[in-house]
Design a protein around this ligand. Structure first.
Ligand code: NAI
Length: 339
C-alpha cells in the first residue's frame, strides 16, 4: 500500500515528472537488466509521457519487463531477449543505452573503453538500421568516447542527425545541486548548477559562479565542492566496494533527462538542461562534442547555449578539461575508424 502510494506520488507530484501531455512516446532501454537499467525501467514506467516501453538486454530483460509491467500506469511494457534486438527497436522514438560494464574501485571511466566501446558501437548500428530517426541517449561510459562512437557509426550508415544524439551528463547536474544544497542549506530545487564539458573527472566543469547560491562559495569550500562534483562517482564506487558504480541515482538522472527530452519532443518550450552533444562551441580547438546547456525541442537539440560568463577559477577548470576531452573524443572516433 505504502509502495503504491509512493509510486503514485512519484508519477504525479514529484519534480521528476512535473508535466503531462497528450502526445506520448515509445521508449527503449538497451541494457534494461542491469544495475541502472532495472530502476530506470521502473521510473520510465511511471513517466506519463511514455506510452510504450521496450526493454532489451542480453540477460534478463523479459523478467524485468514482466515485473515492471504490473505497475498500474497506462504504458505497455515488452521485454526482449538477446536475439530480439531488432524487434525491441521497432518503432521507437527514444532509445536509452545503459548497456555495458561499470567501474570497480581504482578504475577510471576510460578503463571501461575496451569493453563498452564495442557494445555501444553494435547497439548504435542496430538503431541506425532499424529506427534511424530515434533519439539516442547514451549512459554507457566513458560517455566522452561512447557518444562520438555512436555519431561515427550513424555517420557511416548515412543516418546521423546531431539533433538526435545525447550523452547523459545529468547525474553530474543532480550531484552538483545536491552537494551545493548541502553546504548552503537551501533546497536542491533552489541550487541548480550548470555543469559543462564532459562526463569524467577533470572534464566535468561545474559553473558555480553562475548560480545564485553557488557564487557565495569561495576559497577552500569552493575547491572541495568542485572536486566532489567531479569525483562524486568515486564515492559510490568505493562504498559499493566492487559491486559496481552509481545505479539508483543514475537511474533517477536518466529518467529525469529522458522526461526533459520527451517534454521538448512534445512541443514544450524552454526545456533547457546540460547534455553532451555534437557542438560547435569548441570546434575551432578540434573538440566537436561538448556538454553545455541545450534547449530541447520537437526535433531534439533546438539550441546549444554558450558557456557564458565564468570566473577565473572556472576558466582554469575549462582549460584543464579541453585537452582531456579532445583525447577522449578522438579515441572514440579512432575506434570506429579502425573497426
Ligand atoms: P551493469 O553491469 O549492472 O548492467 C549493464 C547491463 O548491460 C547488464 O545487464 C548487461 O547484461 C547489459 N549488456 C551488456 N552487453 C549488452 C549488449 N550488447 N546489449 C544489451 N545489454 C548489454 O552496469 P550498470 O551499473 O547498469 O552500468 C551500466 C553503464 O552505465 C556502465 O558503463 C557505467 O559506467 C555507466 N554509468 C554511467 C553514468 C553516467 O553518468 N552516464 C553513471 C553511472 C554508470
Amino acid at each position: 500500500m505504502l509502495a503504491r502510494q509512493a509510486l503514485r506520488s512519484l508519477s504525479s507530484h514529484s519534480r521528476l515528472f512535473s508535466s503531462s501531455s497528450a502526445r506520448q512516446t515509445k521508449v527503449a532501454v538497451l541494457g534494461a537488466g542491469g544495475g541502472i537499467g532495472q530502476p530506470l525501467s521502473l521510473l520510465l514506467k511511471t513517466d506519463p509521457l511514455v506510452s510504450s516501453l521496450s526493454l532489451y538486454d542480453i540477460r534478463g530483460a523479459p523478467g524485468v519487463a514482466a515485473d515492471v509491467s504490473h505497475i498500474d500506469t497506462a504504458s505497455e511494457v515488452t521485454g526482449y531477449a538477446a536475439d530480439k534486438l531488432d524487434e525491441a527497436l521497432d518503432g521507437v522514438k527514444v532509445v536509452v543505452i545503459p548497456a555495458g560494464v561499470p567501474r570497480k574501485p581504482g578504475m577510471t571511466r576510460d578503463d571501461l573503453f575496451n569493453t563498452n566501446a564495442s557494445i555501444v558501437r553494435d547497439l548504435a548500428a542496430a538503431v541506425g538500421r532499424v529506427s534511424p530517426e530515434a533519439h539516442i541517449l547514451v549512459i554507457s561510459n566513458p560517455v566522452n568516447s561512447t557518444v562520438p562512437i555512436v555519431a561515427s557509426v550513424l555517420e557511416q550508415a548515412g543516418v546521423f542527425d546531431p539533433r538526435r544524439l545525447f550523452g547523459v551528463t545529468t547525474l553530474d547536474v543532480v550531484r552538483a545541486a545536491r552537494f551545493l544544497s548541502g553546504i548552503t542549506g537551501a533546497s536542491p530545487s533552489e541550487t541548480p548548477v550548470t555543469v559543462v564539458g564532459g562526463h569524467s573527472g577533470v572534464t566535468i566543469v561545474p559553473l558555480l559562479s553562475q548560480s545564485a547560491h553557488g557564487k557565495s562559495v569561495t576559497g577552500e569550500p569552493l575547491g572541495q565542492i568542485v572536486h566532489r562534483i567531479q569525483y562524486g562517482g568515486d564515492e559510490v564506487v568505493k562504498a559499493k566496494d566492487g559491486a559496481g558504480s552509481a545505479t539508483l541515482s543514475m537511474a533517477y538522472a536518466g529518467a529525469k533527462f529522458t522526461h526533459a527530452l520527451l517534454r521538448g519532443l512534445n512541443g514544450e518550450k524552454g526545456v533547457i538542461t546540460p547534455t553532451f552533444v555534437k557542438s560547435d562551441l569548441y570546434a575551432s580547438q578540434g573538440i566537436d562534442f561538448f556538454s553545455s546547456n541545450v534547449e530541447l525541442g520537437v526535433n531534439g537539440v533546438e539550441k546549444i547555449h554558450p558557456v557564458g560568463p565564468i570566473s577565473a577559477e572556472e576558466q582554469k577548470l575549462l582549460d584543464a578539461a579541453l585537452p582531456e576531452l579532445k583525447k577522449n573524443i578522438e579515441k572514440g572516433k579512432a575506434f570506429v575508424a579502425q573497426s
